[in-house]
Design a protein around this ligand. Structure first.
Ligand code: AMP
Ligand code: GLY
Length: 426
């Protein structure tokens, strides 16, 4: 099979790396890809939002299956376009992708189908949102409805902060995404991510993971696209796994189906494990980044089989196998990220990353005119290490990270430390 992967980040590198291992696969293309991805796939210079260009490419190369990494092309309806032309593509339709592209729609589904989540009110007029905030007081979370590159949720300690957040949205900081404002109850607990394959009727959860969104150690500093991840997340016990399946995954997929939005693809659930049980913080309509870099290296089964089963509505025939090893993924970012940062720094030491159980996934890398590997984005690359215990995986990942250098490099030193606290509790 000839596969096209759409996207250019660490998630897409992990996807390309995993897809290439499948015995069904003869050729992998990635649009547009990056320097690291070019080592496992042929990169083609078509941007991920150029739906027409991607369609032309897929037709010209007779692609058998397209796998979409990021949310933007899904929200634009790339799956609808490819399907209309008779091309196989993995991901939800535009209507089903609203579960991520509209937080108000996600809340509508959760309320209607009684899926546990934070209490929320949706407003179209900022003055109404403000009146509501003054009534209930803080802490609370102010969110914009639409896609905002992970920056659309503003946690607020008190009423003053929340009112300021509404002003920022009203002034247009989030553009069209801010045309509806959500005011949410502030949930307390530990976060975790559960991703699942879905064919619209059946769901198969992947192994759990935990992301690290804040820029600095001890969850300090601004939110980022994700500074690292690990899998499994010990906060997700066996009991919680089945509650999440029964109370969240299945009712969401069934709810969407009865709304006429059969959901095919990866459903990502961002969870808060509260005292009352698991509650949904957000849905994403795709693999998480960096969760994909922690989860896919643990997947022992072929990746193409469940993907095709999702598209064909036969997911009930599939069983996934997983490595017993734990994984730890540490992201190396440009100094200053997620604020201002410089690009073009030469990356060295990759050839020293030797541990067989480690793999490097690139996010923002490229080549300069001299053919040297350079930084090209905020998140530059990441190392995933696998080991029988989370402690060993942490040790191994940081040992490998220590071998890679570029000017201004920043990475968190505490990835997966929270998992160790759980071990102490056991
Ligand atoms: P979102 O963009 O909805 O994924 O939110 C980004 C981050 O904001 C989450 O990962 C949480 O850390 C935090 N967050 C969002 N909603 C809530 C909530 N209702 N209660 C507490 N924290 C939240
Ligand atoms: N890691 C969170 C996300 O991919 O949105």
């Amino acid at each position: 099979m000839k596969i096209l992967i759409i996207g250019s980040g660490g998630r897409e590198h992990a996807l390309a790396w995993k897809v290439r291992k499948s015995r069904w696969v003869t050729k992998v293309y990635c649009a547009p890809g990056n320097a690291g991805i070019s080592q496992v796939a042929e990169c083609v210079p078509v941007p991920d939002h150029d739906v027409r260009g991607l369609l032309e490419f897929a037709r010209a190369k007779e692609i058998d299956l397209t796998i979409v990494g990021p949310e933007a092309p899904l929200a634009m309806g790339i799956v609808d376009v490819f399907k209309r032309k008779g091309l196989k593509i993995f991901g939800p339709t535009r209507a089903a992708a609203r579960i991520e592209s509209s937080k108000a729609y996600a809340k509508f589904i959760m309320e209607k189908y009684e899926i546990p989540t934070a209490k929320t009110e949706v407003f179209t007029r900022p003055q109404d949102a403000k009146r509501y905030i003054k009534n209930i007081g803080g802490p609370l979370v102010v969110k914009v409805d639409g896609l905002a590159a992970g920056k659309g949720a503003i946690p607020c300690e008190d009423e003053i902060e929340a009112l300021k957040a509404v002003d920022r949205i009203a002034k247009g900081e989030f553009g069209e995404a801010g045309s509806k404002i959500l005011i949410e109850e502030y949930l307390v607990g530990e976060e975790a991510s559960i991703l699942a394959f879905s064919d619209g009727r059946h769901v198969i959860p992947l192994e759990s993971a935990q992301d690290h969104k804040r820029a600095y150690d001890d969850d300090k500093g601004p939110n980022t696209g994700g500074m690292g991840a690990y899998s499994p997340a010990p906060v997700i016990t066996k009991d919680l796994e089945s509650r999440i399946y029964d109370e969240i995954l299945l009712p969401t997929i069934r709810g969407l189906a009865s709304e006429g939005c059969r959901y095919t693809g990866i459903l990502y659930v961002g969870l808060m494990i509260t005292n009352e049980g698991p509650k949904v913080i957000e849905f994403n309509c795709r693999f998480g980044d960096p969760e994909a870099q922690a989860i896919l290296p643990r997947m022992a089964s072929d990746f193409i089989k469940p993907v095709l089963a999702c598209i064909e509505g036969k997911l009930d025939k599939v069983k996934l196998r997983w490595s017993r090893n734990c994984s730890v993924n540490v992201v190396m970012a440009s100094g200053g990220y997620p604020g201002k940062y410089e690009k073009g720094k030469v990356i060295s030491g990759l050839e020293k990353v030797g541990a067989e159980s480690s793999v490097v996934f690139h996010s923002g890398t490229g080549y300069d005119e001299a053919g040297r590997l350079i930084t090209k984005g905020g998140r530059v690359l990441s190392v995933t290490s696998l080991a029988p215990s989370i402690q060993d995986a942490i040790h191994c990942a940081y040992q490998e990270v220590g071998k890679i250098e570029f000017e201004g490099v920043h990475y968190r030193k505490d990835i997966a430390r929270r998992a160790l606290y759980h071990m102490e509790d056991m």
